[in-house]
Design a protein around this ligand. Structure first.
Ligand SMILES: *Cc1c(COP(=O)(O)O)cnc(C)c1O
Length: 357
């Protein structure tokens, strides 16, 4: 683990380089990637699209052709879409544009740790409204109350790492109740069924911004492309602060193919949802393992000794999952990405053996 730099600005003191905790293994289920990758036909079209690109020319800064494809897919206008170098960059830009010194973000931990990091980087105050330790649901009343005095409310649905949804009817009531920007992070929404998305609410509420990514369901984590759908006013704010050329020509071309052919990813998404249920059924049979229901492509489990189980999975079974056992919010918890049927078989067999020891 690298040490923090002694030259960091005081507000950033203690920050160290991000360590994704990767180790070479056979079965990589730690980052919620899609183990299947892109369907072969679609992949061939992406290769062709990239082969013809002029790499000596700057990309279209806003990625307007990609914006048009995304707008057509989601039934909005180009002016309602901004693209970025992965969802992470867009989260940073949201806080840069609408947070900052003297502004407040409402966060609902345990959730994606990037929100807290970017709040710190942009000097945004954070109000933490803790989830119920048992159900892992957000505290709806407390979030609604805090939102009245906040500038940004961060809602993740399905949430990472807990896998549960935020009630959509409540999100609508929240948006109506406050001027704060409600950011709905839908990085995993494709695994939650066709009705889960809040994109239809964007037409009605100019303070809802929906974040989507090609990294998870669409198997393109390496390409770094995501987008936000929101009112023209929110999109203009984000466009004003973004790194002008952050979405490169290759990413734009590849993402256009994925957007145009998004329906061809549905069979793999459906299979991953079936496999999620198969894993949940298997975990339910194991003594000492608690698994929370999930609407995403991962499952949060609690085991008797999280750290030891994580290490044994890695070192004895060559399976890497995400270890949350050190966090105060999720003691002894691991997050296991749903993989291919073969990968999931290995997870089931290994965990069965480990908890029987
Ligand atoms: C993975 C993820 C993202 C975005 O990932 P990118 O690869 O940067 O697009 C955003 N939010 C959550 C909760 C995620 O888990």
């Amino acid at each position: 683990m690298a040490a923090p730099s002694k030259r960091l600005a005081p507000a950033l003191a203690g920050l160290a380089p991000y360590d994704p905790g990767f180790t070479p293994v056979d079965v990589l289920l730690s980052a919620n990637e899609n183990s299947f990758g892109v369907p072969a036909d679609v992949r061939a079209a992406m290769t062709e699209a990239v082969a013809g690109l002029a790499l000596n020319r700057y990309p279209d800064p806003m990625g307007n052709l990609l914006r048009d494809d995304l707008a057509a897919w989601h039934g909005v206008a180009r002016e309602n879409v901004v693209v970025g170098n992965g969802g992470d960059e867009l989260l940073f830009n949201l806080m840069l544009a609408f947070g900052g010194e003297g502004r407040t973000l409402v966060d609902c931990p345990p959730t994606f740790s990037i929100y807290g990091l970017y709040a710190q980087l942009t000097r945004t105050n954070v109000v933490r409204v803790q989830r119920d330790p048992e159900t892992l649901d957000i505290n709806y009343d407390a979030v609604m109350a805090e939102a009245a005095n906040a500038d940004i409310v961060m809602l993740t649905t399905p949430n990472n790492p807990t896998g549960n949804l935020v009630d959509r009817g409540w999100i609508e009531r929240l948006a109506a109740s406050t001027d704060a920007l409600i950011v709905v992070d839908e990085a995993y929404v494709e695994f939650a069924g066709a009705d889960a998305t809040c994109i239809p609410l964007v037409q009605k509420y100019d303070n809802i911004a929906v974040l989507r990514t090609f990294s998870k369901a669409y198997g393109l984590a390496g390409v770094r492309c995501g987008y936000v759908i929101a009112s023209e006013d929110v999109i203009n704010g984000m466009a004003a602060v973004r790194q002008v050329y952050s979405t490169d020509v290759c990413a734009q071309a590849v993402a256009r193919v994925a957007a145009q052919r998004h329906e061809e990813f549905q069979p793999v998404i459906d299979l991953l949802c079936q496999e999620r249920q198969r894993l949940l059924d298997a975990f339910a049979e194991m003594d000492g393992v608690r698994a929370w229901p999930s609407a995403a492509n991962f499952i949060l489990v609690r085991v008797p000794d999280g750290r030891q189980t994580h290490q044994a999975l890695r070192d004895e079974f060559s399976i890497l999952v995400r270890d949350f056992s050190g966090s105060a919010d999720l003691p002894n918890c691991l997050r296991i990405t749903v993989g291919t049927p073969e990968e999931n078989n290995r997870v089931i067999a290994a965990l069965k053996e480990l908890v029987a020891r």
